[in-house]
Design a protein around this ligand. Sequence first.
Ligand code: NAP
Length: 337
Amino acid sequence: MRTLLIGGTHFIGPPLVRRLVRLGHAVAVFHRGRTHADLPAAVQHILGDREHLADHAAELRRFRPQVVIDMIAYTEPHALALLEVFRGFAERAVVLSSGDAYRAYGVFHGTESGPVEPVPLNEGAALRSVPFPYRAMARGPDDLAYHYDKIPVEQAILGEPSLPGTVLRLPMVHGPGDYQHRLYPYLRRMDDGRPAILLDEATAGWRCTRGYVEDVAAAVALAATDPRAAGRTYNVGEAAARTEAEWVRAVGAAAGWKGEVVAVPGGRLPAPGNMAQDIVADTSRIREELGYREEVPPAEALRRTVEWERANPPGQPPPLDYVEEDRVLAEVKGRPT
Ligand SMILES: NC(=O)c1ccc[n+]([C@@H]2O[C@H](COP(=O)([O-])OP(=O)(O)OC[C@H]3O[C@@H](n4cnc5c(N)ncnc54)[C@H](OP(=O)(O)O)[C@@H]3O)[C@@H](O)[C@H]2O)c1
């Protein structure tokens, strides 16, 4: 199958591209040429900016893609431009969306009022009613975060009968290449020999669906190559969501850390959101309809992630205050400081 990726050279893209090539598909990636990845030589690179996708229509169509996988559709104009270029020229479109489309995500971040959403969230669960989930964090209207919203992207992609679409709602992804370094703050403490990792009590019990990058890439490849995925929306992620405390212990096991995870009561530590709202996805649909299964055992996935994080620490280390952590730990353990 001839498969074109919009994006594809940063985090989820490379394992997806390698998998598609391994499966015998012809692959092209469209990107600006700023991010370099070790991709198979057979992969064709088409250079350009997706903000001006239509300017590259002739070259993109010349590849004759059967499936277009949009790795980086963040706004409605992105999705509309994709349809404009490939309507009548490709058989299917697949877009990477996010669990942040769900109302539960807005409840977690405090942008949605009302009760918490029951979990697990299946694909029919309520979506956010408040648009642009990252606008408050944006530097201004020139920042992509200002305009980011996967909900209109999903609606556009699923609303075009002449280019059947598939939407994949991704979880929190970890693995080699994670430029967000999601598990690094924990790993750094472990590698610094901290005796304990402190979690706010509500955070310790909070559940969130995660996914290992190679498994997520396998799910995308499956959806892109199985015609039964046309017109469907799928949650992607681990079948069972771990609590944050379980997650930190698993990272610790992969890192060879001997410390303990300590839940701190009373709101003494900051929490990243409304921890009463778990963000747990029901991933049974993609398993039942397309036969999706994880291939990398969770412990091995974390071993590979830890190895990569150690070799590629973030340029800016996380702000860590071990003096304060020691004080809270002593308080919790009932010892004088
Ligand atoms: N990571 C997570 O936990 C997570 C969670 C939920 C959803 N998602 C979704 O997963 C998707 C994949 O993210 P990823 O970073 O792993 O994808 P990726 O495809 O591996 O990397 C991003 C690619 O986009 C290209 N690119 C960026 N801006 C571009 C532009 N203006 N024009 C053309 N190409 C451009 C980059 O190359 P150049 O720099 O060379 O242009 C790079 O190839 C996103 O849609 C994200 O919302 C991720």
